[in-house]
Ligand binder design. Structure first.
Ligand code: ZN
Length: 267
């Protein structure tokens, strides 16, 4: 009886933890409990851990599988090894993406458990970006510690890893050339900070060629500089240190070239 009760406690704790991770992790506002059991909401588990909208054609499924493999390889190259195995929920209609909690994001990570891909997010770079969030989430100790790292750091690592043209060093130079204002790191610490900045700088539309993605580019620029000093070992050391309860700011300053706040806001 006691064993049964302990088992049930562990079970419910796992459920609650998963729910918390789903609600609190990822890019943007994530609120869909459907991600917990995609099959119950009409998705087809085409491969183990890959849920697709049933209307997805054979060719689309194969293309998706290839993009996930390419994205995974990007993550593996960056970290050296992958410690997470998130399952994927991939939509080819925006209705489907909305049902699973999308507010227009191309992709989103749910803790280290799952990644949702919208019709405009079925790309290796998006897989790599979201998988980076899952890896950091796991490596810093999960839900209990993810808020110990600032959002600009989490997003910056994902930007560098995914290497999208829209967040590239060339794009950063263009932002500087035009003399556009950029957020300070202090304005990008919490999830709420990040969401507000993304709104303030108009980065809410997936396709918007006139928008230079100043928020994501700021995080990417900061991390490129830091990683040039810290390297992969420094990154691993920082994540392990946070996992062990050490303060992020001290680790970041010690392992990098001078700590946060290197970016001067161009206001
Ligand atoms: Zn992100």
């Amino acid at each position: 009886m006691r064993r049964l009760s302990t088992g049930l406690t562990v079970f419910w704790r796992s459920v609650l933890l998963a729910a918390c991770a789903l609600l609190l992790a990822g890019c943007g506002t994530l609120n869909s409990a459907r991600m917990l059991a995609p099959s119950l909401s009409g998705m087809e588990e085409w491969r183990p851990g890959l849920f697709v909208e049933p209307a997805m054609s054979a060719a689309q499924r194969q293309a998706l599988e290839q993009q996930i493999a390419l994205g995974r390889a990007q993550v593996e190259r960056f970290f050296g090894a992958i410690v997470t195995a998130p399952y994927f929920v991939a939509c080819i209609s925006f209705d489907c993406a909305r049902r699973f909690g999308s507010y227009g994001e191309r992709a989103a990570a749910f803790g280290d458990s799952a990644i949702r891909l919208s019709p405009d997010g079925l790309q290796a770079a998006l897989v790599a970006h979201e998988w980076s969030h899952a890896e950091l989430y796991r490596r810093v100790g999960g839900w209990w510690r993810i808020s110990a790292i600032p959002r600009w750091f989490d997003e910056g690592v994902a930007v560098v890893l995914a290497d999208e043209a829209r967040h590239s060093p060339a794009n950063w130079q263009e932002i500087q050339r035009r003399g556009l204002s950029t957020p300070t790191l202090d304005e990008l610490v919490t999830r709420r900070d990040w969401t507000e900045a993304v709104r303030r700088y108009g980065e809410t539309r997936a396709e918007d060629p006139d928008n230079l993605r100043r928020v994501y580019s700021t995080a990417g620029h900061e991390l490129r500089g830091w990683l040039a000093c810290a390297g992969r070992e420094g990154l691993a050391g920082l994540l392990a240190g946070v996992d062990q309860g050490q303060a992020f700011d001290a680790l970041y300053a010690r392992l990098g070239c001078g700590g946060p706040g290197r970016i001067s806001p161009a206001r």
